[in-house]
Every structure is written in C-alpha cells, then in structure tokens.
Design a protein around this ligand. Structure first.
Ligand SMILES: [Zn+2]
Length: 122
C-alpha cells in the first residue's frame, strides 16, 4: 500500500478549517515555531476526528531545524536543540514513557499534574 500523498507545503493548522477528510495512512505532524500557539487538546481532537491518525507536535526554527518533538508517549516535547524555546513551558526531567531520558517541554499545567502524581506515589 502506498502512503497518501502529502501536501506540497505545510498547512496552517491555526486557520485551516478542520472537517471530515479522507483517512490518512500516517500520523499528522503539527509544526509550530517559537512564539506561536501550541497545539491544544481541542485541536488534537479536531485532527483525530478529521483524520483518525495520531498527531505529533514539533517545534521548528526559522530554517526548519527541529527544536523539540513529541514522541509516541505524547507527554511533552523532547528537546532536540539548545535553541528550543521555553515559551511558558516547564522543563520536565523525569524519564518519558517512551524510554528516553532527555528533558521535555511540558505545559505548566501538565508539570503541576506530574508533581502531584509523584507526591502521591511516595
Ligand atoms: Zn518520549
């Protein structure tokens, strides 16, 4: 089976009208740049409803270089470059569910939830 054709240029997910679309065979990669709004849970739901494939967020720099990327655990974005922006996010140092031990960018709300779970588990 051949993969579905990809768009010639990335779609802007902030303005793109999400509607029921033909199913995709691969995951959706949502690209954001430093300072842009992050992918929200509501937007993830829209992608899931439209395509029925997982969504992975990546933060890229001005030249398209990868700064941070979400893994299959969907528990923050692994830092891939020292230029990854903090942008109202917190560094999570605990090991990720994917097995990687690199720091992750997580939302402040998510970091607080992780701290509460860790405190409860002690
Ligand atoms: Zn991970």
């Amino acid at each position: 089976m051949r993969p579905a054709p990809l768009p010639r240029r990335p779609l802007s997910w902030t303005s793109w009208p999400l509607r029921k679309s033909p199913p995709l065979s691969h995951a959706v990669i949502a690209l954001t740049r430093p300072g842009e709004p992050r992918l929200t849970e509501a937007r993830r739901e829209c992608f899931w409803f439209a395509f029925r494939v997982p969504v992975f967020e990546q933060i890229i720099g001005e030249r398209g270089e990868l700064l941070a990327a979400e893994c299959e655990a969907h528990d923050g974005l692994h830092i891939e470059s020292m230029r990854a922006p903090l942008d109202k996010m917190t560094l999570e140092m605990s090991p990720c569910g994917c097995g990687r031990k690199t720091p992750r960018l997580v939302s402040a709300d998510r970091a607080e939830t992780l701290r509460r779970v860790a405190a409860y588990a002690r």
